[in-house]
Design a protein around this ligand. Sequence first.
Ligand code: BGC
Length: 420
Amino acid sequence: MNAINRLAAVVALASLLPLNAMAADNGTVEVLHWWTSGGEAKAVETLKAQVEKDGFIWKDNAVAGGGGAAAMTVLKTRAISGNPPAAAQIKGPDIQEWGALGLLTELDDVAKANNWDALLPQKVAQIMKYDGHFVAVPVNIHRVNWLWINPEVFAKAGAKVPTTLDELFAAADKLKAAGFIPLAHGGQPWQDSTVFEDIALSILGPKGYRAAFVELDQDTLTGTQMVEVFKTLQRLGTYMDPNRAGRDWNIAAAEVINGKAGMQIMGDWAKSEWTAAGKVAGKDYQCVAFPGTQGSFAYNIDSLAMFKLKNENDINAQNDLAKVALEPQFQTVFNQNKGSLPVRQDMDMSQFDACTQKSAVDFKEAEKGDGLQPSMAHNMATTLAVQGAIFDVVTNFLNDPKADPATAVKQLDSAIKSAK
Ligand code: BGC
């Protein structure tokens, strides 16, 4: 190859390089998150594409592990060594804890220029602020109290879509008798506690749920209804696949999608797997409120908290990410893929499927009374220390079929006390 041909080859190769490789000088934004399932990855790809389109480099720091416990461990290690990423998936009260450490940067300029205070529900804006300043940007609103159903499996088993806990057990019996796994589940602490919190919302109602997991009220935590919550969890456990230990939530979702199992109790990120599999809401699958929680909405808001940076270009990239996250185009495509509601209040909901439309209606309804409650299992209700104490008690209980519900309630109370 002569010199001219070599040069031509280099130029041709350069034109094949992705834009991000050529935009090195504009700034890089490193994003730490746990969106690693097929559907989640598709959703996060839309954010990356937009940031790259704006000329910045996206440095992906995806830490596998649903619920985010592994990602939070990585984040802490990075922060302790003085090298946090530009942005990290941090949620709920935890934003305050990171803010108090003085590590988060203020996003007031971006927020003002883009009118965040008017765009966001007030409750959401409050969560994103530390000391009166925006330090995080929300991307969505997930609902946790959902039951996902494969209608074909239900029809084969002669099962009816449940609206009460009794009906849930009746459907589970039919599915079991017909040879299906009634309840797909992954034996991981956050998944166990997702089911636990849905049962608690059903039995205690939204006010009791709040008393237990937000106010940590001892009477509620040790009351007879809480014993009932554990009893119900134990009974539901008998309908879960015994080989569930360590199984990821998306693998459990796939069992329902593939017709091996009839139902899954999971937040609406489960929908991202159905969407990625090309299935249509309301036709190929059904989403109903977890039995007994109609009118309530356990919310889980994904947000990206932004860390203080030094490099001017990287700060520009970080600000771009913050801006893009609330733009209508991104809010639409991201949430269509993610299964969640857009967090902006002014969106055209006709672009979303039947489950998301139902979620939007239910959110508004729940907002009017006490129905809107923060998810304990998804870092919205309490500190990570208290949440960890609840996770331990719930998972130990579910893994021991002979465990005594009344004892579990006592253990829950003392574990929470020492974590407070
Ligand atoms: C996050 C979701 C995520 C799910 C499973 C939740 O805590 O809020 O964004 O899809 O965990 O990993």
